[in-house]
Write a protein that binds this ligand. Structure first.
Ligand code: 5GP
Length: 209
């Protein structure tokens, strides 16, 4: 019997470096599968349909909600984002481990549906650092920046419900910690078949010659 797939759910305030850390994780564990969310937000430059997101109209998204196709969905910065229920269930049944990059509302909703999920929260070194990173990235208006910092504080408040905390101060160190979490969780005793039996094989120990 194969073990069920594990849900690794990573959340972090915008600007913490979650996407870069997750892409490195996917490179390090080629058998880890990224869950692609659906969203109503417009595609950004360089993003690809089906690789970054499934980009849907409001009507298409609404239809999926009605048909209960999302395991969870949430409104983030005025746009809607959702995770496919069928995708999760198919992959978990096949024993495939999944990686999610979703916000705290989605993470906690998935945890209540799939209690064995592993929740990892990535922190910036400080809120001042986060502000500087967001300013440096230059993608947001000052109103959006304030909105992101406010959401960051809300998300940090939710983080106490997570299983692991990683601070992304030095990228390589944060990555080592994330990799360690994956390896450790894959080797929890509940997930590993006992590696040996207590009987010796009949010819064990016989001397040759
Ligand atoms: P962005 O638009 O910058 O790609 O993502 C904005 C926020 O939405 C991020 O915090 C991201 O993690 C979150 N997000 C992306 N996909 C999902 C999803 O399927 N569900 C939820 N709840 N949040 C998501």
């Amino acid at each position: 019997m194969i073990r069920k797939g594990i849900l690794f759910i990573v959340s972090a305030p915008s600007g913490t470096g979650k996407t870069s850390l997750c892409s490195e994780l996917l490179r390090a564990f080629p058998d880890l599968i990224l869950s692609i969310s659906s969203t109503t937000r417009p595609k950004r430059e360089g993003e690809q349909e089906g690789k970054d997101y499934f980009f849907l109209t409001q009507e298409q998204f609404e239809k999926k909600i009605q048909k209960k196709e999302f395991a969870e969905w949430a409104r983030v910065y005025g746009q809607r984002y959702g995770t496919s229920r069928k995708f999760i269930e198919d992959q978990v049944e096949h024993g495939n481990d999944l990686l999610f990059e979703i916000d705290t509302q989605g993470a906690l909703a998935l945890k209540s549906m799939y209690p064995n999920s592993v929740l990892v929260f990535i922190f910036p070194p400080s809120l001042d650092h986060l502000r500087l990173r967001l300013e440096h990235r230059g993608k947001n208006t000052s109103q959006e920046l304030e909105e992101r910092l406010k959401k960051a504080q809300e998300e940090i408040r939710q983080s106490e419900k997570y299983d692991y905390f990683v601070v992304n101060d030095v990228f390589e160190e944060a990555l080592v910690k994330l990799k360690a979490i994956i390896v450790a969780e894959r080797n929890r005793k509940e997930r590993v078949k006992p590696p040996l039996t207590l009987t010796l094989s009949p010819h064990c120990g016989e001397r040759g010659g």
